[in-house]
Design a protein around this ligand. Sequence first.
Ligand code: CTP
Length: 397
Amino acid sequence: MLAGKHILLIIGGGIAAFKSLDLIRRLRERGAEVTPVLTRAGTEFVTPLSVSALAGKKVFRDLFDLGDEAEMGHIQLSRVADLVVVAPATADLMAKMAQGHADDLASTLLLATDTPVMIAPAMNVRMWDHAATQRNLAVLRGDGISVVGPNEGDMACGEFGPGRMAEPLEIVVAVETRLADGPLKGKRILVTSGPTHEPIDPVRYIANRSSGAQGAAIGQALAALGAEVIFVTGPADVPPPAGVQVVRVQTADDMLRAVQDALPVDAGVFAAAVADWRVEGASAEKLKKSKDGLPTLRFAENPDILKTVSQMSEGRPGLVVGFAAETQDVLAHAAAKRTRKGCDWILANDVSPETGIMGGSENAVTLITADGPEDWPRMGKQAVADKLAARIAAALE
Ligand code: CTP
């Protein structure tokens, strides 16, 4: 619920602005007060009248509106809220935010605010994929701005891919999570999850059986305790949890880069089943059958993400948690892995096929810390996640 919470909603100029009308309703249904700000481009997509009717109050539009300045200056407007939400956040608004421009009401508010900011990007897929937008996104994430979406799908412009604004209810969940009070409020935690895909050629890849279920459960459990979660995920079977910042990657190399971009964090949980090897010199063209015999794949070693982060001399997270997926001598291998990689805790689990853990809904883990091993009974992956999140909260207190 959002009773008593005050949201400053900045509506940018994109076709997705129509969803922001529903977002206002959903936020108010949950008890939030919504103060709307409409950019000049935003008025091309939704009318000020419909925005103010749904919000039940005046919509702010102009930087130099003297009436507003007398009633409530733009600095004050930016600070009364518990959260500033920018939806849709267009490529242009993101660029302005990343650069610190202040040439209209929306950008000035965003520069003047000292309250947390969340953006729901929406744009054409090529604009989203463009190096400039991705650079701006990394800057904004580094500035502590939460990002919800964009989702993948058919777009109004007729193309397909990431760029659709998150649905109003997804944004509401993200807002609720961001404003949740819990022992992890104010903590930024990174979670890696899912398998990685290492290409052989443009149509084939090497993968593993990880479903991403344990990582998703951990992301959700941490967010439920109030953490700001950056969820770096490979192509998993299960959807990412709501209320976390999702960064999608394919390969181990991509995952390492995304993890480095997400730093600094208070804690990192490395639940991804990262491929140890990639195919050296993956083919840019589809490999064809040939009379000359079978193709030979040569492997190169992937970076060890957990080890890289655990052994950082500067900016290492205060708590680093790894997993050890083993099929024999589980405890001995896991304890050795903890020392070798340099993480603080390791959760050891037996992934032999007869356990049904890899890809299943339950897990049986042993938590190994500097104080030694601690067996947890076999339980659902969400219960493992809840227990781990509670332990992390206690450790970060
Ligand atoms: N891990 C990682 N990067 C890698 C390999 C593993 O971050 N390239 C992390 C996993 O997310 C997990 C931990 O390291 O938290 C251990 O993963 P696991 O697959 O059990 O161990 P490996 O390092 O792959 O060792 P081995 O294959 O020899 O068991």
